[in-house]
Write a protein that binds this ligand. Sequence first.
Ligand code: S3P
Length: 176
Amino acid sequence: MKNIVLIGFMGTGKTSTGKVLAQRLGKAFIDMDSRIEEEYGQTIPQMFETKGEAYFRQCEKEMVKKVAGRANAVISTGGGTIKDAENVALLKQSGLLVCLTAQPEVILERTERKGERPVLDGADAGDRLSAIESLLAEREQFYRQADFAIDTTELSPLQVVERIIHTLKSRGELHG
Ligand code: S3P
């Protein structure tokens, strides 16, 4: 029973889609960022502020090792998890990688609030859309490592789930 691992940029719906997908497939749901916050007793913005991004990435790597050891789960990663090649290798071994994408303008709408996404806040020098576009360009190569991608721009989480299930069936990864 393979895991289904949702990867993709901030604001593409990994968490909201992951919850519904897990329910639909009768799998456990694991949100990596929430697990990190629980385990280290700090929110992610607090971790970035008090200990820095490198520390967060170390914690994230530890969390990948843990969740990749699980089976039959839907795992929502953080937007930057797949920048690390070892993380990608472990997650790929554990299951299928599904990338969620969205147009930059929609990502902007979904991530407008400051104080929640330190990487985006840090890159935002006044033009948040440009910050999103350049981070997307930088990360595209990593997101391309997914088994398949779904564009969520015009879809609700429920519709994204339907598309994922449809694709899994057509690839012979899901029966019934
Ligand atoms: C990050 C994305 C965040 C979180 C952290 C770093 C990134 O997760 O892991 O703030 O580097 O893109 P979401 O993609 O769930 O916002």
